[in-house]
Design a protein around this ligand. Structure first.
Ligand SMILES: [Zn+2]
Length: 154
């Protein structure tokens, strides 16, 4: 289950879910209802839409402290990189964590990234069932033309 409900899909090729203005086409993320952020637009209808799952690193930082809500950190807390990615198609900046093990030295401004999901933390209930709480992460894009998904239309 997503740690934050309704911000991304959980399929093999996850996508962020944002909003798009029905009038002027302005995108927003995270998804919300209400008025278009474009000051020149009078619309108050933002339609939920999936966003492109690729973008380029705009900025990044490394977080050595547990993040604030709505994120819940794994215990013990492990440092992680926080990446601001400019979406290829929409041009908006979306902040996200990098996958475990990818820290600032692994990142570069302008690097192509793709959206993946990662387990943020897992909890077990009294019946021994485990629920994995998922987040979206920005991972370095796989640029292979002969990868497992090459030529597969999505
Ligand atoms: Zn608008």
């Amino acid at each position: 289950m997503p740690a934050v409900d309704g911000w991304f899909t959980l399929d093999d090729e996850p996508h962020l879910i944002g909003g798009r203005c029905a009038d002027c086409g302005t995108y927003v993320f995270p998804p919300r209802a209400g008025a278009c952020p474009n000051p020149e637009c009078e619309s108050d209808e933002l339609v939920p839409t999936t966003l492109s799952r690729h973008g380029r690193v705009w900025s990044y930082t490394e977080n050595r402290y547990a993040p604030p809500p709505p994120y819940k950190a794994a215990e013990p807390f492990e440092p992680y990189a926080l990446v601001a990615v400019e979406l290829e198609k929409e041009g908006i900046i979306v902040l996200g964590q990098a996958p475990k093990g990818i820290l600032a030295p692994d990142l570069k401004v302008g690097m192509r990234m793709q959206l993946e999901t990662d387990v943020l933390f897992a909890e077990s209930n009294e019946q021994g069932e485990t629920t994995e709480h998922m987040i979206y992460v920005w991972a370095p894009a796989v640029e292979s033309a002969s990868g497992p998904n090459a030529g597969v239309a999505s």
